[in-house]
Design a protein around this ligand. Structure first.
Ligand code: MN
Ligand code: MN
Length: 328
């Protein structure tokens, strides 16, 4: 067992709390346009900046949505497998998560879980569906694999993604975000994340965020990631950047969750806004902190993280795809 590095543990906790904060903050304005947000919050200078719940899901203040609860389900499945990302365990965890009637669920996620129920196969086939659902929940992979090679981390990122999403753009973005989280958890700064984002744009110019229209990002992975890149790579502290991102509206809980994960990992717990943290539901806060600690300390001895895939359909493909998505 590798000893837990205090800085890694602190950044892991901040990343998880950042994810939950971004989800809780963004959910209030999910599916609103920036103009509608400015109108609704005109008494606060036109900016939504407090954790107050509400939104189309009518959340209580400090409640989170599928972005956080799917990440928690994924993380529990990883911990139950000794820190490994095993697709059957992940699929079973998502199935149980759906049975527990989450407050919201994306269409592609639902289809993937129903595919598992019907066929027993943990991975979906490649599809034209490039939603952001696999990317939004990727943090536990970066935490358990904080010391893994990039290739191994990329394989693990896809091993969980393919339970519901399997599209070249969604795959590339999910791997990129996991590697960005890895860099931030290791204490590298914003420039390292910009380098990762630029590498993704070179491979898939769709993700070019500079000069792009970023308002009202949809659940399409390209829209989501462009808004996240623009926000995370902008100047400002944790709160300023997170507030700016969710005020773009659209799939704001998800842009908020992904950006919150990266901004939290960059900032560490001292960079998180205490008044906001106090608004998060205690039960969620406790689960995020406990899971971040456990994943950062998981026994990460090399073992086949894709072992047990029925029929081995796609196992070679996964390694091939993952290998093509990391430099070197
Ligand atoms: Mn959500
Ligand atoms: Mn969302």
């Amino acid at each position: 067992m590798i000893g837990v590095d205090a800085d890694l543990e602190d950044r892991a906790i901040a990343a998880y709390l950042g994810l939950a904060l971004g989800d809780a903050l963004g959910a209030t304005v999910e599916f609103l346009t920036p103009r509608e947000i400015a109108h609704q919050f005109s008494r606060e200078g036109g900016v939504h900046r407090h954790i107050i719940g509400g939104g189309w899901l009518r959340l209580g203040a400090g409640e989170v949505t599928d972005d956080t609860t799917m990440a928690l389900a994924l993380g529990e499945a990883i911990l139950a497998e000794g820190g490994q990302v095993r697709p059957p365990a992940v699929a079973r965890a998502f199935d149980a998560w759906m049975r527990a009637k989450p407050v919201d669920i994306g269409n592609t996620v639902r289809r993937g879980i129903l595919h598992f129920r019907r066929t027993g196969r943990p991975w979906v086939r490649p599809s034209a569906d490039a939603g952001n659902g696999a990317a939004m929940r990727c943090l536990p992979v970066a935490l358990t694999g904080a010391r893994w090679s990039e290739r191994r981390l990329a394989r693990a990122a896809l091993a969980q993604a393919w339970v519901t999403h399997r599209h070249p753009l969604a795959d590339a973005a999910t791997v990129c975000l996991v590697l960005m989280a890895k860099d931030a958890l290791a204490g590298l700064g914003q420039e390292a994340l910009a380098t990762r984002a630029e590498a993704l744009v070179r491979r898939h110019p769709e993700f070019r965020w500079e000069g792009a229209r970023l308002d009202n990002p949809s659940g399409y992975i390209v829209d989501t990631v462009k808004a996240v890149f623009a926000g995370v790579l902008a100047p400002g502290d944790f709160t300023e950047r997170l507030v700016a991102i969710v005020n773009r509206g659209g799939d704001a809980d998800t842009t908020g969750a992904i950006a919150g994960m990266l901004l939290g990992a960059l900032a560490g717990t001292r960079g998180l806004p205490e008044p906001c943290l106090d608004r998060l539901r205690a039960e969620i806060r406790v689960r995020c902190v406990a899971q971040a600690r456990a994943l950062a300390a998981a026994d990460n001895a090399p073992r086949g993280e894709t072992a047990g895939v029925p029929g081995s359909v796609g196992r070679g493909l996964l390694a091939q795809e993952a290998g093509s998505l990391v430099p070197g």
